[in-house]
Write a protein that binds this ligand. Structure first.
Ligand SMILES: C[S@@+](CC[C@H](N)C(=O)[O-])C[C@H]1O[C@@H](n2cnc3c(N)ncnc32)[C@H](O)[C@@H]1O
Length: 279
């Protein structure tokens, strides 16, 4: 019966990001500009892996995938380019362990294009699920900082390192994303799943179909597309849909609409699901 089948829309923001993280993540984690909602990680991990499985995030930021995987009894391995965020992720893994998470977790600092040399050799061919989100256009990242009556942005950058993939051009970013997927393939078990979250963004006002480009990059790496889902970033209430967009996201849409461009506030994220060929 169709009503018992799982849907391709995941309501991931019934609770705010802050509430989802409260008591589960170290305070330093808040400054990371582009964290995955814990509910997205929980849904992807529950849907595409089983307790005891290995879950890998090659661009793990402050370790949302790893923390949620540990709480769900999976064994998590992460790689993060920025030593600072890798250290914050380690703090989050320690917290998960202290709170009785039944899975294990480890994080390794480095460039995920060299994934195979960063993670333990023992996970080769054994990873059930890769769950990750690549860095992308930062125009809507950041928190509000009001000083002397002026609205300023803070925490809108990953770092000042020009080699961080968040700071390279679009072509180089997509080549790197393809290379990172290629490095994930030998680590995945046959039939293993890769889940990537991505949002369209704007360059000089023009729409960039980043999810579409990520899909092609994954295919070029030998992964087979299985599904494109929607992670809802707004809360479903009885009387309607309540947005959770940030001040800067709202401002961008307001400015565009004033300029005659009929933008809408983005209230979803694309979740792309791929499979490694094999049994
Ligand atoms: C969108 S964020 C991921 C956030 C993560 N899902 C979380 O919830 O914290 C992308 C991350 O990729 C990292 N990154 C950038 N270049 C990288 C590379 N070459 N190898 C590994 N990580 C990289 C960035 O520093 C950033 O933390």
């Amino acid at each position: 019966m169709s009503d018992t089948l799982p849907l391709s829309v995941w309501p991931c923001a019934q609770q705010s990001s802050a509430v989802q993280r409260r008591g589960r993540y170290v305070p330093d984690a808040i400054a990371h500009p582009a964290k995955m909602l814990p509910e997205i990680a929980r849904r992807a991990i529950s849907a595409y892996s089983a307790p005891g499985d290995i879950v890998l995030d090659p661009m793990c930021g402050i370790g949302t995938t790893l923390v949620e995987a540990m709480h769900l009894g999976r064994n998590a391995v992460g790689v993060e380019y920025e030593p600072h965020w890798a250290e914050v992720a380690e703090g989050n893994l320690a917290l998960a362990e202290a709170f009785g998470a039944t899975g294990t977790g480890s994080v390794h600092a480095g460039d995920a294009r060299a994934l195979g040399s960063l993670v333990p050799a023992s996970i080769r061919g054994r990873v059930a699920l890769v769950l990750t989100s690549p860095p992308y256009g930062s125009s809507v990242h950041g928190r509000v900082d009001v000083r002397s009556g002026e609205v300023l942005k803070r925490d809108d950058r990953y770092s000042r390192d020009a080699s961080n993939l968040a700071h390279v051009g679009e072509v180089e970013l997509l080549h790197a994303v393809r290379d990172i997927f290629s490095a994930c393939v030998p680590l995945l078990r046959p039939g293993g799943i890769a889940v990537v979250t991505a949002r369209p963004w704007r360059r000089k006002g023009l729409l960039v179909d980043f999810p579409g480009a990520v899909l092609r990059a994954a295919e070029a790496a030998g992964l087979v597309p299985v599904q494109r889902l929607v992670a809802l970033l707004a809360a479903l209430h009885e009387d309607g849909i309540v947005p959770r967009a940030s001040f800067f996201q709202l401002r961008l849409v307001r400015q565009a609409r004033t300029a005659g461009i009929p933008l809408r506030v983005i209230a979803h994220e694309d979740v792309l699901v791929f499979r490694k060929p094999g049994l």
